[in-house]
Design a protein around this ligand. Structure first.
Ligand code: ZN
Length: 362
């Protein structure tokens, strides 16, 4: 495949593909908006700096006071992956806010050894985790969505939102605390940016590219919310930590390393710019490579854009990093991918080719 340098894109494509003038977010990012060439992620970052965080945190304290169990029962569900952010959230809820979290882990496709180890380390710090296994059904669904839409971990993305809500219902727990409300934070729909509670009707719209998993009755348990489910879940609050506290991944990393046993991966993935984000599974690298084929950006664009906003890297340096990493295919995992989807390499690359954006690639 011919590698396109998206920084020197020819002029007639610039109307379609351009980058935020502050960070590197691209105009092709789903649901992003721009004002005077600045992306909604950057604009919201500025806006978030003016939030009264003390007051937001006290809202959380009040909520905890209202729902805290005094009989030893679990009183809040926290979806966890064994990584820095969810470990941090669970840790603060337990140790600072004296809640009793029931953690829910949904196994991703192609989980790594370091991912398993980090989850075990987290569990050893006295957290109760319900582990949901990756099944053949998950794999069949992922294969289907990979072929049809270029979404290789779609059933997992659905489960990590839906399973915690359904488990909360089952255990009669009224609060579910997710991590960051990524839509407004990184450049997407703004509707939820100042709402404490997330509207469950928007799960498919925000997180599943409007492609909810509803073609199979069997997929219902932790994969699909219908209208009746949404009604049943109405007294459960779907919350995001990023509403209550300034979101700083580096700080989360520090705390998770110190108190939750989090370890870095020994290797940096081929298209990653660090050794600590999304180290729990091999499929994320493919998911982001497909974003490159579909939209012309991958993890280096996303990760450096966050770093630019935090002023931890200059835009110039971020451009160099992105030029170096964004287009890289995670070739070290090719055998894992083919085995997982039960296809040969020729069919695998055929699928990638089908999802290539014709406006960006020749
Ligand atoms: Zn931006």
């Amino acid at each position: 495949m011919k590698i396109i340098n998206f920084f020197n894109i020819n002029y007639n494509k610039r109307k379609y593909f351009y980058r935020c003038k502050r960070c590197l977010v691209t105009s092709t990012r789903p649901r992003v908006t721009f004002k005077k060439n600045i992306c909604s992620g950057c604009l919201n970052y500025e806006e978030r700096k003016r939030i009264n965080w003390k007051q937001r945190y006290s809202e959380l304290q009040k909520l905890c006071d209202q729902y805290r169990s005094h009989s030893g029962k679990y009183d809040i569900v926290v979806p966890v992956g064994g990584g820095k952010d969810s470990s941090y959230v669970a840790w603060v809820l337990k140790n600072n806010l004296r809640m009793n979290p029931l953690c829910v882990f949904v196994e991703p496709p192609l989980m790594t050894k370091i991912g398993k180890k980090n989850l075990d380390n987290f569990e050893k710090k006295a957290f109760k985790i319900i582990r949901i296994k990756h099944t053949n059904l998950n794999r069949d669904l992922n294969s289907y969505y990979f072929k049809e839409f270029g979404l290789p971990q779609h059933s997992w993305l659905a489960s990590i939102k839906i399973a915690p809500l359904k488990i909360a219902k089952k255990h009669n727990i009224k609060l579910v605390m997710f991590g960051e409300e990524g839509e407004s934070m990184y450049g997407g729909i703004n509707k939820n940016k100042n709402e404490m509670e997330f509207d469950k009707k928007n799960i498919a719209k925000y997180y599943l590219e409007m492609k909810p998993l509803n073609f199979s009755k069997k997929s219902k348990k932790y994969l699909y919310l219908d209208k009746k489910d949404i009604k049943d879940l109405k007294d459960i609050k779907m919350l995001y930590w990023s509403y209550f506290e300034e979101w700083d991944e580096n700080f989360h990393l520090k705390i998770a390393r110190k108190y939750c046993g989090l370890k870095n991966s020994h290797i940096r993935e081929k298209n990653a710019i660090n050794r600590h984000s999304h180290t729990d599974q091999k499929m994320f690298a493919l998911h982001m490579y497909l974003a490159y084929l579909k939209y012309g950006f991958s993890r280096a664009t996303s990760d450096t854009s966050i770093e630019i906003r935090h002023k931890r890297v200059t835009r110039e340096r971020a451009i160099n990093i992105t030029k170096k990493f964004d287009h890289i295919f995670p070739s070290n995992y090719i055998k894992d991918y083919c085995k997982y989807f039960k296809i040969d390499q020729k069919s695998f690359f055929g699928i990638l080719d089908n999802h290539k954006n014709k406006k960006l690639f020749h």
